[in-house]
Design a protein around this ligand. Structure first.
Ligand code: GLP
Length: 261
């Protein structure tokens, strides 16, 4: 696990964007795992800028999103389909057929989840998974208590997550109770992971993710077992870490050949 701490969220987002750009340049048909929420917004903005101004080409990229609300049609303003269209897809050139999100209207949820897993395998697995983190440590929508070996499936949101996400809905009661999310086992199979967390509100979850015991009580802590996980933080999100000086020391003293930081 590598912890990268910058003063402002924008610098961390730009570093993560550079890592993705490097991957896409080396492997034009890269498979990206995508996340929603406010945390990856700066990253998407920077990738769109790189596409427009630097010709970063996404025409062979495939994407798989982590999750979607059950019961929301794709064109619902709070659906993750809409979120991705608005904040990323409409700004880059990923062919429509290469884009995958769980279907919140699937009539047979278990079969749909199996098919989603199969589609990831058929694409050759996820090269790089982008993650945010919930204030309770959830990744995707894998709430505390989720099996660390779980696969794509239905989950019930905690009251706290429904509250956190109410800002995207017209009324708090409109937040769905159920979601489809990639499992923790699914996320762990991605070849590399970039988790972004910004703001003091994430500091407890981040502390558990990076320095806590590995436990389903903080699902993000499983990333300590991932061979290539980078955690991008601003200073407030990193404020409860004990080894903060060491993480910064590592970052400042990178060998010159480690260019994709
Ligand atoms: C939702 C998403 C997660 C995201 C989390 C944090 O629950 N399913 O993937 O990480 O929100 O969102 P934000 O980045 O807005 O704090």
């Amino acid at each position: 696990m590598e912890v990268i701490i910058t003063k402002e969220a924008a610098s961390a987002s730009n570093l993560a964007a550079r890592r993705i750009a490097r991957l896409v340049r080396i492997k034009p048909a890269a498979v990206l795992g995508l996340a929603t929420g406010s945390s990856p917004l700066g990253l998407y903005k920077e990738l769109i800028r790189m596409h427009r101004e630097e010709g970063l080409d996404f025409s062979r990229v495939h994407t798989f999103n982590l999750d979607e609300y059950i019961g929301l049609p794709p064109d619902h303003p709070a659906s993750y389909h809409s979120f991705m269209e608005e904040n990323f897809f409409r700004g880059v050139n990923i062919p429509h057929g290469n884009i995958h999100l769980p279907d919140g209207l699937a009539s047979d949820v278990p079969s749909h989840c199996e098919a989603y897993e199969q589609a990831i395998r058929d694409a050759g697995g996820i090269d790089l998974q982008i993650l945010g983190i919930g204030s309770d440590g959830h990744i995707g929508f894998n709430e505390p208590g989720s099996s660390l070996a779980s696969r794509t499936r239905i989950k019930t949101l905690t009251p706290g997550t429904r509250e956190d996400n109410a800002r995207f809905f017209r009324k708090p009661e409109d937040v769905p109770y159920h979601v489809i999310t990639m499992g923790i086992g699914t996320i762990m199979e991605s070849h590399s992971v970039a988790l972004l967390a910004f703001g003091e509100g994430k500091s407890v979850a981040v502390g558990g993710a990076v320095e806590g015991a590995i436990s389903a009580s903080n699902p993000s802590s499983v990333l300590q077992m991932h061979p290539d996980a980078k955690i991008y933080l601003d200073e407030p999100a990193a404020s409860r870490l004990e080894r903060i000086d060491y993480y910064q020391w590592v970052f400042q003293n990178k060998p010159a050949w480690q260019t994709d930081r």
